[in-house]
Design a protein around this ligand. Structure first.
Ligand code: ZN
Length: 401
């Protein structure tokens, strides 16, 4: 289908080109040196393009318009914009040929040349030709003295290295500019977490710990680093230290309390301290009345004091902080209570309610990216949609926590 934005730019560009050609031809006429040939050629292509458009041949129309648009200092920005439009349309190969054609022009300034190189690197990345993009960006970083272009090149290079999972290389690129660009500290902390995971898989726990401590120095709110450090403590049998680490998470990010609950439970139960776990859950509940905490408490009371005590606790807590997940759990407890009381089968009204809560909860995402709204069931540290790190969090509210 015809891209309205692309044609809009092209038509505007041709109109400008037509005007320029006309002005040049007028000057030439005034000097009585030549006729208005460029203007005529331009107008011929312009009307040929329009003819293609009217015949619903958009590709031919676009090609004719591009041919009509000569490259000069007045139109170079339009050519760059056209390349970008082709890339966003998914036609990065056409963008490459436009940008390479521009780079071949000798009269282009150093500033514009670097701008085109950045665009070309983006084209190669869109085509998945990472090695060519990387070479182009490295050359730009070696030769450019423009801070703005250098930063743009570093951002693109880091994006590329992230896609290649070259975490250490990405850190090497960004390390020297972290002071001037504090927002880069968060992704850098996650790259250190990725490196720590690689070290853990190779049984180098000491090195993993070093990476994770560095991650927290870069970003003190890095919940992931805290979680991994607590896992390392648990692996070494240091359960109290693991709990101490986990205790920092509500201050780092309250919304991640549900994320830490499985590790908290493991640390207390391995330490044979159920009472400590219960007290900790109540403390967390005072900070944030999330469904996961209420259910964790319900499971603990259910296991220790029986189903009816759990029903009492959950009913009371849910009246203060109602949620769909909590209601579903409460219905499960009621069904079990009826079974235990010797009823041959649970109340059909309860089963109907359970059917409804199951239907409402099925396929419901539990996490959402705070930046772009991407929703998923499990937690991902890098959003697959906007590619930001640490922006996906548990969903809070009646339908979530
Ligand atoms: Zn996102």
């Amino acid at each position: 289908m015809l891209d309205v934005a692309l044609l809009g730019v092209l038509l505007a560009a041709i109109a400008i080109g037509y005007g320029l050609g006309y002005r040049q031809a007028t000057r030439r006429r005034q000097r009585a040196q030549s006729s208005a040939a460029p203007s005529q050629a331009l107008s011929r292509d312009y009307f040929l393009g329009l003819n293609y458009l009217l015949n619903e041949q958009p590709d031919e129309a676009i090609n004719t318009f591009i041919n009509a648009l000569t490259v000069n200092s007045d139109t170079v920005d339009t050519h760059i914009a056209l390349g970008k439009l082709f890339r966003t349309r998914g036609e990065a190969d056409k963008a490459v040929s436009i940008h390479q054609n521009l780079l071949a022009r000798p009269a282009i300034s150093q500033h514009t040349n670097e701008q085109i190189q950045l665009e070309l690197a983006r084209d190669f990345m869109a085509l998945g030709v990472h090695d060519r993009a990387q070479r182009l960006l490295n050359t730009l970083l070696e030769n450019s003295s423009d801070d703005h272009h250098r930063y743009a090149a570093k951002q693109l290079l880091v994006d590329l290295l992230e896609r290649e999972k070259a975490w250490q290389q990405a850190l090497d690129v960004i390390q020297p500019i972290l002071k001037q660009h504090p927002p880069m500290r968060r992704p850098a902390a996650h790259w250190l977490c990725e490196l720590a995971l690689e070290e853990i898989s190779e049984a180098s726990r000491a090195l993993a710990k070093k990476h994770l401590k560095k991650a927290l120095q870069l970003d003190e709110k890095c919940v992931r680093a805290t979680l991994l450090l607590s896992e390392l403590e648990m692996d070494n049998g240091h359960y109290s230290r693991a709990i101490e680490r986990l205790n920092n998470i509500p201050d780092q990010e309250t919304a991640h309390i549900p994320t830490m609950l499985p590790a908290l439970k493991r640390a207390y139960l391995r330490n044979d301290d159920e009472a400590g776990y219960e007290a900790h859950l109540y403390r967390l509940l005072d900070q944030a009345p999330y469904t996961s905490i209420i259910i964790a408490l319900g499971q603990l009371v259910h296991h220790r004091d029986g189903v009816d005590k759990a029903i009492e606790l959950i009913g009371e807590r849910l009246s203060a902080a109602p949620s769909l997940g909590g209601l579903d759990y409460l219905i499960d407890l009621y069904i079990e209570s009826q079974r235990l009381s010797g009823k041959p089968s649970p109340d059909t009204r309860l089963l109907l309610l359970k059917h409804h809560t199951d239907a409402l909860l099925i396929n419901r995402p539990r996490h959402r990216c705070q930046r772009c709204g991407f929703a998923s069931d499990g937690l991902q540290w890098q959003c697959p949609s906007c590619r930001y790190w640490g922006t996906i969090k548990p969903i809070i509210g009646v339908e979530g926590e």
